[in-house]
Each structure stands twice: as C-alpha cells, then as structure tokens.
Design a protein around this ligand. Structure first.
Ligand SMILES: [Zn+2]
Length: 132
C-alpha cells in the first residue's frame, strides 16, 4: 500500500484547522462536541485525510464518553495501533495505516464480542452513508 505522503503545508491546505490539529498534531476534540458523537446513521466511516475505510456504523455504540466509539475496526489492515506513553499514561494510539493520521485511542473496556472500545475523534472521520 502506498502511503499518502503530503507535506505539512499540503495538509494545512486540505484540512480545516481542527482536523489538522487532531489528525496531524495528535490533538483531541473536546468531548460531546464532535459531529459523530451521537450519530446513529448507517454507513462507513472513512479517514478524513485519505479516504481509507476505518470503521463501520454497525460496530458503533454509545459509550457515554463524549467521543464516537466503536467495538471493532472495519478492517485491521487499514489501522495501526501504537503504544502511546505520553501524558504519563500507557495507552494504545490508533492511526490510519495509509496516511498516519491520528484517530484516537483504543481501550479494553468495550462491549462484547471484542471487549474493545475505539475512542475516535469525529474530526478524523468522514461518514459515507449507505443508500439502502
Ligand atoms: Zn488516512
């Protein structure tokens, strides 16, 4: 797979300031502010940066955390999981494999069948609704 390599300047031009801060600078949107936090629409969530398919609405659940939460990824081939020891915590960072966009973190307190909770920033996602 080819990496979507763009320069910082190109990402600046293609993304909104919020998207840039979260995806390229590993920022975090404020809880309960993201457009997909409470979204129940059916479709696939793509990477806002490169369009790679990341999550399926079928695995989205209401975690009450304030961020869109999923109990599984759409395809593990599209996601990287990296140990993140910043901020004095040991967490697992989730990034887009094709463009390295920061998406959020994965925790082990999610519902079955996986027991995982992918806690993802709305700003890194682009929902393409299924037209039944
Ligand atoms: Zn991407």
């Amino acid at each position: 797979m080819t990496k979507s390599l763009r320069t910082e300047q190109q990402w600046h031009e293609e993304l909104t300031p919020e998207q840039f801060e979260i995806c390229r600078n590993k920022g975090t949107e404020r809880p309960f502010t993201g457009i997909y936090e409470d979204c129940k629409k059916v479709g696939l969530y793509h990477c806002i940066c490169c369009g790679s398919i990341l999550f399926d609405s079928e695995t989205k659940f209401d975690s009450g955390s304030g961020w869109p939460s999923f109990w599984d990824v759409s395809s593990s081939e599209n996601i990287n999981e990296i140990i993140d020891e910043s901020h004095g915590m040991k967490r697992v960072e989730v990034t887009c494999k094709s463009c390295d966009a920061h998406l959020g973190h994965v925790f082990e307190d999610g519902p079955q069948p996986t027991g995982l909770r992918y806690c993802i920033n709305s700003a890194s996602l682009n929902l393409k609704e299924k037209s039944c």
